[in-house]
Design a protein around this ligand. Structure first.
Ligand SMILES: *[C@@H]1O[C@H](CO)[C@@H](O)[C@H](O)[C@H]1NC(C)=O
Ligand SMILES: *[C@@H]1O[C@H](CO)[C@@H](O)[C@H](O)[C@H]1NC(C)=O
Ligand SMILES: *[C@@H]1O[C@H](CO)[C@@H](O)[C@H](O)[C@H]1NC(C)=O
Ligand SMILES: *[C@@H]1O[C@H](CO)[C@@H](O)[C@H](O)[C@H]1NC(C)=O
Ligand SMILES: *[C@@H]1O[C@H](CO)[C@@H](O)[C@H](O)[C@H]1NC(C)=O
Ligand SMILES: *[C@@H]1O[C@H](CO)[C@@H](O)[C@H](O)[C@H]1NC(C)=O
Length: 796
């Protein structure tokens, strides 16, 4: 394989840079000096755009589909989150559709925020200090940072000759213009077609040299328009490709493109007047099967197809074992110092081999080098990837989940290593940037991280550039499950969307991902209160392991090594998506699995005392419920509160006794997760959303209510952790509201006196669009872990 002839190939650049981000203290909350640093996982979600200010070195912004926007802090060597102030009520704003920069003034930053079409919560965040503070203006149209086509763009552009004016291509409302820096907007009704198809006008760019010339491109065949009078009148760019070229159309007999002709994905204009365009047949980021790359000479009005891989114009030759359409072309970046140097990236050339390629041209697209193929070590079987050792930050700190040395079992887009020894080049590599101040530096985003090389020109010698990961500070994971054990090396165990789960021994260090079985989503995790070395987890596996259950695993060494359960609970198998929740009793001997499936007879959560060799349906509880928890001290004891009935088992989940909620002091007709005292048998709480918090000290036989919802106490999530020094009680944490004003703001609150009084522990600047999971540390007073739906895991 190419690359092996290059002496310096595959060596990491071991520059001795200590990244400030790794030295941050983080989570020293024992004195309640609450800090707001993420637990290090580093990346974990889709980077939809990387945007550089054209005139200010190292001023970079990244946008994400569900986790807001970040600014690169070159001094700290990390990305800074800019949108953490978004409240849970505004969680629809926690995604950045497009970023606009003022080329005349690097102070200004425009973020177009809004996750989903139709939820009518879109806004422009306008900053005059590079994102430290914002003015917020409601947008008069929908935005969709997590919708199809989010890989395209940029949709927003600032007029370089009049930076008060912004132009915006929308998904459903046509082309719009603001003359007051995004405060108010008007529809550009002279634009001939609104392309209101949900994807809409994906790109607006200005000619930086010719006042009044701008281009707007829609996701539709023939959807590219130009204006030469400052946007007053528009016309289709003449001669643009309207149908697929013969070479594209004949490339894959039997597969038809999804569109009748090329649809623009990304567009950029070089300083020599050449417009470069990448095209696909589908908006992406998934489902794009065909694509082309074209250039347009804006002086001569001549178009030329320059698709890499055509007519032998790329080196090395395209991998010839392709069994699937070759994907579209999306990612595009032009070098500032040379109008003939550009990079384009394929989109969705998957399933492999071969996977997506990054192509570099030095001659305006006449010929190309396949950077991905040249970066790939020998023996990859056509899967483009980095040597697994390169899955590390520039200082060598590994990002072990990216370099998880797995194999084809963990398939799909998210699989980081389709071949042992290789970490995938990427997928959804639509964000690509040639650094405007150093065109030897190429950055690209993936569905999970950002890769960087500072030695791109090695490709000119047919050698592999050296790559590293530069995602520190970006935490874009979804935390589905959380617990904080009473003992052992790790203070927090987490289950994540897409990337399995982790045990963090040091909150600032990126740990290894949990070993096999790897779950696409880890839905549930628990430890045994008296034997915290015993850990159990369930999740969506997708891979079949003969003779074992791939959807549930247990560890007897705090999560270092894992065994699969002998069999899955009845009705579940290794391909069951979202197989429910799992809990283990205090002794570590009895495991209860609530599968949430009801195919046959109604039955309660299954129990096993031999890690899945045999499963027993319980008596006395006949419904699968996630509202079930184990006592951390009394062996064999489980509590469930479901549909107005409270259940207790004292024999390992085999038999449950029950009481009607209203007869024991609990609200009728509802249920909630029992939250146990980590150190006292039989003491527990439930937080009933919209009602209040309830407390029992006798294994749930009777309950007393704290101030209820009439007084504003409204918990959505509840957790119990170590109590304050000198207090015998736990500290309680709730996510919700904790009383009358000022405690009526949705937030995280702590009570050190068993619910009598509450203090808020997060603040308005740290809301993360709300939290979805919570755990309190039984060993550190005041520490609570907040799991978010797109901003990772935050201890405060
Ligand atoms: C750039 O914008 C900032 C924020 O509005 C302003 O304070 C500054 O004066 C501007 N700089 C120039 C050169 O106009
Ligand atoms: C905006 O103008 C376009 C014409 O470009 C028109 O088709 C569309 O309906 C208008 N949209 C709104 C929301 O007024
Ligand atoms: C674009 O066309 C003009 C006019 O024909 C020509 O002078 C120029 O060299 C062309 N640019 C490039 C980069 O080929
Ligand atoms: C390439 O195709 C051949 C013939 O279909 C097949 O035997 C071989 O396994 C393929 N290689 C890869 C890496 O898929
Ligand atoms: C696995 O379980 C799912 C339900 O979760 C079921 O639809 C599927 O048929 C099962 N597969 C096998 C092989 O039993
Ligand atoms: C517990 O349940 C089992 C069946 O799962 C049943 O045989 C047994 O009689 C029950 N024991 C009690 C005490 O109810």
């Amino acid at each position: 394989m190419a690359g092996s002839v290059c002496g310096r190939a595959y060596k990491l650049c071991l520059a001795a840079i200590t990244l400030a981000g790794l030295q941050l203290a983080g989570a020293t909350t024992s004195k309640h000096g609450y800090e707001f640093n993420s637990v290090a996982i580093t990346g974990g979600g889709y980077i939809t755009g990387i945007i550089a200010h054209p005139k200010t070195q190292d001023l970079l912004y990244a946008r994400t589909d569900i986790g807001g926007a970040y600014r690169w802090d070159v001094a700290k060597g990390k990305w800074t989150a800019l949108t953490d102030f978004i409240s849970s009520a505004d969680s629809g704003l926690l995604g950045t559709e497009t970023i606009g920069l003022d080329p005349t003034n690097s102070s200004w930053l425009y973020l177009a925020q809004g996750r989903n079409l139709g939820d009518q919560s879109s806004a422009f965040f306008v900053s005059q200090d590079q994102g430290n503070t914002f003015e917020i203006y409601k947008a008069p149209f929908d935005l969709g940072s997590n919708e199809m086509g989010r890989n395209n763009g940029e949709r927003l552009a600032v007029d370089p000759f009049n930076p008060d004016e912004l132009w915006m291509g929308t998904r459903t409302a046509g082309l719009w213009k603001s003359s007051d820096r995004a405060k108010t907007w008007t529809n550009v009704t002279s634009f001939p077609d609104a392309f209101a198809n949900g994807i809409g006008i994906v790109s607006v760019i200005f000619d930086q040299q010719h006042k009044g010339t701008l281009y707007a491109s829609a996701c539709a065949p023939g959807g590219m328009y130009e204006s030469h009078d400052g946007g007053k009148s528009w016309a289709p760019i003449p001669g643009q490709p309207m149908t697929w070229s013969a070479a594209t159309a004949s490339a894959f007999p039997g597969h038809s493109p999804a569109s009748t002709g090329p649809q623009a994905m990304k567009v950029d204009l070089a300083s020599n007047g050449i417009l470069y365009v990448t095209y696909g047949d589908f908006p992406g980021p998934w489902g794009t099967s065909y694509g082309e790359v074209w250039r347009y000479n804006t002086s001569s009005h001549v178009w030329a197809e320059i698709t890499p891989g055509r007519n032998g114009n790329s080196y090395p030759a395209p991998y010839n074992n392709q069994t699937f359409p070759a994907g579209g072309f999306c990612g595009l970046s032009l070098a500032r110092d040379d109008p003939e140097t550009l990079v384009v990236v394929t989109l969705d050339r998957d399933p492999g081999p071969a996977l997506d390629s990054i192509y570099l041209s030095r001659d305006g697209g006449n010929t190309w080098k396949d950077v991905a193929q040249l970066s790939t070590p020998a023996g990859s079987g056509g899967y483009w990837g980095h040597p697994i050792s390169q899955a590390a930050l520039k200082d060598g700190t590994p990002v072990p989940w990216l370099g998880f040395n797995w194999g084809p079992e963990w398939g799909g887009y998210g699989a980081p290593s389709p071949v042992k020894g290789l970490t995938k080049m990427g997928w959804w590599m639509s964000a690509v940037l040639l650094d405007p101040f150093n065109s030897d530096r190429l950055m690209y985003g993936t569905g999970a991280t950002i890769w960087v090389t500072d030695t791109l020109s090695r490709v000119d010698e047919n050698c592999a550039p050296e790559w590293y990961v530069q995602t520190q500070g970006i935490e874009e994971t979804v935390i589905l499950a959380l617990t904080s054990p009473t003992g052992g090396p790790g203070h927090v165990l987490s289950g994540l969307g897409d990337i399995n789960g982790f045990r963090h021994d040091d909150l600032n260090q990126i740990p290894n991902m949990f070993a096999e079985p790897v779950f696409s989503n880890l839905d549930s995790i628990d430890f045994a209160g008296l034997a915290p070395n015993v850990v159990v987890r369930t999740g969506s596996c997708g891979h079949t392991y003969p003779g074992r259950c791939g959807s549930a695993a247990y560890s007897k060494d705090f999560g270092d090594t894992w065994e699969m359960f002998a069999t899955c609970a009845p009705e579940v198998n290794s391909t069951t998506w979202s197989p429910g929740s799992i809990t283990v009793d205090a002794s570590g001997e009895h495991v209860v699995w609530s599968t949430l499936l009801h195919y046959q007879e109604p039955t309660g959560p299954w129990t096993t005392s031999d890690f899945g060799k045999t499963w027993t349906a319980p008596q006395g509880l006949a419904v699968q419920t996630t509202n079930i928890a184990a006592d951390r001290v009394a062996p064999g004891t489980f509590y469930a509160y479901e549909s107005g009935v409270f259940y207790v088992s004292r024999n390992g989940g085999v038999n449950y006794s029950s009481a009607l909620a209203q007869n024991i002091g609990l609200p009728a007709g509802v249920g909630a997760l029992p939250v146990v005292n980590p150190f006292v048998a039989g003491e527990l709480w439930v937080g009933v959303s919209g009602v209040g918090v309830f407390h029992s000290q006798n294994f749930g036989k009777s309950w007393t209510a704290f101030k209820g919802n009439g007084n504003g106490l409204n918990p959505s999530l509840l957790a119990a952790g170590k109590g304050a020094a000198g207090k015998s009680s736990v500290s309680l944490f709730l996510w919700g509201t904790a009383g009358q004003a000022p405690l009526d703001v949705q937030g995280v609150y702590r009570s050190d006196d068993n619910g009598v009084s509450w203090v808020r522990v997060n603040d308005d600047k740290h809301q993360y669009g709300g939290i979805i999971t919570i755990a309190a540390d039984p060993r550190v007073y005041g520490r609570v872990y907040m799991g978010t739906g797109g901003r990772g895991l935050l201890p405060i």
